[in-house]
Design a protein. Structure first.
Length: 133
């Protein structure tokens, strides 16, 4: 459990660093601000995001899931509001940052210690025949 939390924190730290590297509208004041941003972002994603997703299920159905993208954007903006040393300036920067965080987390989920084996699909080939109707 602790290992997963630390890996999640590290993944958030890496994702936020990549976002700050790509977008000039994302700034942080030193390494420790980025560490705290990763921790706050992780806590928000762990506790607040699932509750908001549950509350927005009807809206997500109507918008074909687009509402949950805005929930993810809100998690990044809340991290900005909570932590003084981490800033995201501008709506489109926030949109791009949300996409980059998603892409970085997608990449990290499939490599190294972040690999989630339970998500991987496997195909089994058997010589058994299916019964015919």
């Amino acid at each position: 459990m602790v290992r997963l939390m630390l890996l999640s924190w590290a993944a958030n730290l890496i994702a936020l660093w990549v976002v700050a590297w790509i977008f000039s509208g994302v700034a942080y004041h030193g390494f420790w601000s980025l560490v705290w941003a990763g921790a706050i972002f992780g806590v928000l994603n762990t506790f607040l995001k699932p509750m908001l997703q549950l509350l927005t299920i009807p809206l997500a159905i109507v918008t074909l899931g687009l509402a949950w993208f805005f929930v993810a954007m809100l998690m990044l903006k809340l991290t900005d509001w909570i932590l003084g040393g981490f800033r995201i300036s501008g709506f489109w920067t926030l949109v791009g940052a949300t996409i980059v965080v998603w892409l970085v987390n997608l990449a990290l989920d499939n490599v190294g210690p972040w690999r989630r084996k339970e998500r991987r699909w496997t195909w089994a080939v058997t010589s058994e025949r299916l019964p015919r109707d």
